[in-house]
Write a protein that binds this ligand. Structure first.
Ligand SMILES: Cc1ncc(CN)c(N)n1
Length: 231
């Protein structure tokens, strides 16, 4: 392991990022929005507002993966960015468009929606962090999104009170984030980060942990935005 005195690299891994902000990370993964979604009793207006904003969110996160492609140095990094982008475009957005279609909201309607402050704050934070920093800064800013939702699905599935199947109106959401495609994308991201973090110094890790914590807090705000629709 690492040497804080010499500044030598310390063999960090992805879990060191979550360990460094455990309170915020748990508050994000186990948020009341997530619990209610798992129990199947989340207020419909909270879910609807969240999902529509999430459509806008995913458009900007797609841009962030395109920025990751731009910042790539080789084919492996380019492919990794491309896989992240494909997960949003081919796996996630279908769910959003499908739910909205059931509610009578078209893709044109979605594209015209005004962005909520929580959406603006989070997406622009990630794009700004990625523009100013390097590829690792950008992927660390993106990680609470991809890795967090995969972990949330696993946490929900391991929880006795989570209802699966027709008993839960949010089943499609849980199923998509539990799917092999999404879980594989999450594991790839963790492996990519493990390989990069193994080589960073303690000082660099401290800065990366700040980015990760900021993005995690912005995730908490995003859930809260949904719940605030009911107050
Ligand atoms: C706000 C948010 N965070 C994460 C994800 C998972 N990509 C999402 N769809 N939306």
């Amino acid at each position: 392991m690492p040497d804080p005195d010499t500044g030598d690299m310390m063999g960090y891994q992805f879990h060191d990022l979550t360990d460094a902000c455990q309170t915020d990370w748990r508050a994000y993964i186990e948020h009341d929005f997530v619990r209610s979604l798992g129990d199947g009793n989340l207020a419909p207006e909270a879910f609807r507002h969240y999902l529509q904003q999430d459509y806008l969110f995913l458009i900007h996160f797609s841009r962030a993966y395109a920025l990751a492609a731009y910042k790539s140095h080789d084919l492996a990094e380019l492919r990794h960015a491309f896989e992240g982008l494909k997960t949003i475009l081919d796996v996630e957005l279908d769910l959003h468009v499908g739910f909205c279609r059931e509610w009578g909201i078209s893709e044109e309607d979605l594209a015209r929606l005004p962005e909520a402050r929580a959406t603006l704050a989070y997406t622009r934070y990630v794009l700004d962090t990625g523009s100013r920093g390097d590829l690792l800064d950008l992927h660390v800013a993106l990680a609470p999104c991809l890795v967090g939702y995969g972990e949330i699905a696993n946490w929900l599935n391991a929880r006795p009170s989570t209802r699966r199947g027709d008993a839960n109106p949010f089943e499609a959401w849980i199923a998509m984030y539990s799917s092999d495609d999404f879980q594989a994308a999450m594991r790839d991201e963790i492996a990519w980060l493990d390989a990069r973090l193994a080589e960073v110094t303690p000082a660099r890790f401290t800065r990366l942990a700040e980015i990760f914590r900021d993005a995690t807090r912005l995730e908490i705000d995003f859930w809260q935005m949904g719940l605030d629709q009911t107050t």
